[in-house]
Design a protein around this ligand. Structure first.
Ligand code: FES
Length: 79
């Protein structure tokens, strides 16, 4: 049997990012969003917590979906 804390960790969606704070939240200002999009290309933000380039999507959701049958995907912001 898993110990209580290990059991909780096994159920975490977010296993790696910002674990030193109570809630992992990222904020972008309108200026930061404008800067991000100034190259004219869409930007994809990870919503599956599997990306190695978090908070940006690196496509890791595809393997997660294939392995689990889940249907996660990124938030895409278009210029
Ligand atoms: Fe997480 Fe794409 S890697 S949504």
């Amino acid at each position: 049997l898993l110990k209580p804390k290990a059991k909780k960790e096994a159920s975490w969606v977010n296993k790696n990012f910002g674990k030193d704070c109570d809630k992992c939240v990222n904020f972008l200002t309108p200026t930061e969003i404008e800067d991000l999009l100034k190259d004219g290309k869409p930007k994809a933000f990870c919503r599956c917590w599997k990306s190695k380039t978090f908070p940006m999507c690196d496509g890791s959701h595809a393997a997660h979906n294939k392995e689990t049958g889940d249907n996660t995907g990124p938030l895409v912001i278009k210029p």
